[in-house]
Design a protein. Structure first.
Length: 109
């Protein structure tokens, strides 16, 4: 495969979709079965597998069902270990916490 940085985002999305489809088929899971198990529509699963990833939540559900969440480990290695586990806790904490924004100023070396 080419260097990932030389690819267009649409190509990357297509490769991700193809990899997800390949893994789903290797686990002998139909799109309908996956849909029923993770509460994501069959049409959304088809779109993800074509590289039309329109919902981050749906993508996370698919990756979790396939046992592929570890691909995200580099992004969450330094995550705060006090992150709440329960959805109601996340909502409560989200309302209480202040947003952090980038300054927009670029640092030069």
């Amino acid at each position: 495969m080419e260097d990932i940085y030389s690819l267009k985002f649409s190509q990357i999305a297509r490769f991700i979709g193809e990899g997800i489809k390949k893994e789903r088929l290797s686990q002998n899971i139909t799109q309908q079965d996956m849909s029923d198990q993770i509460n994501v529509s069959v049409s959304s699963i088809k779109k993800i597998e074509k590289g039309e990833i329109c919902s981050f939540d749906s993508l996370m559900r698919v990756l979790k069902r396939l046992g592929m969440l570890e691909v995200l480990n580099p992004l969450i290695e330094n995550a705060d270990s006090t992150t709440p586990e329960q959805p109601e806790d996340m909502v409560r904490e989200g309302k209480a916490s202040q947003r952090v924004r980038a300054s927009g100023k670029h640092l030069r070396s």
